[in-house]
Design a protein around this ligand. Structure first.
Ligand SMILES: [Zn+2]
Length: 134
């Protein structure tokens, strides 16, 4: 299906966000990660799987989740850095120290929770995806 590949490689969805791969587990137990709308032929049993069977809307929702997660992880630290770095340069190093403390706390306390929540949401939304071999 060349049309599907075309759509995805022209960058409609990129803007720096790498599309998450889809894990296919074959009936025979073999497992592989492939991009959306790609086909994969199992080397062990010869069945062909097509991730293009997943509805576009479902995959879009997944991408939205990934994007929201990245925004939540990167947004607040970047905003704070934009405020505190100039302050540190003008007013003094205590602001750089403040930024450092915030970044550490954010990375250790907030990001793990965001990651847990995002991956749970991803698991839930992909649970209904059932591919058929061709
Ligand atoms: Zn197989």
């Amino acid at each position: 299906m060349p049309w599907a590949k075309q759509t995805w490689s022209t960058g409609r969805y990129d803007r720096g966000v790498r599309a998450p791969l889809i894990t296919i587990t074959c009936d025979c137990g073999a497992s592989v990660e492939v991009p959306y709308a790609e086909r994969w032929k199992c080397g062990a049993c010869g069945k062909t799987w097509d991730t293009g069977q997943i509805p576009h809307a479902d995959y879009d929702a997944l991408l939205q989740g990934v994007r929201r997660y990245r925004l939540l992880v990167l947004g607040p630290p970047l905003v704070l850095a934009a405020i505190l770095v100039p302050l540190a340069a003008v007013k003094g190093l205590q602001f750089a120290f403040l930024l450092f403390v915030f970044l550490m706390a954010y990375a250790l306390l907030v990001v793990p929770q965001l990651r847990r929540r995002a991956s749970k949401r991803m698991r839930d939304s992909t649970k209904s995806w059932k591919l058929r071999p061709e």
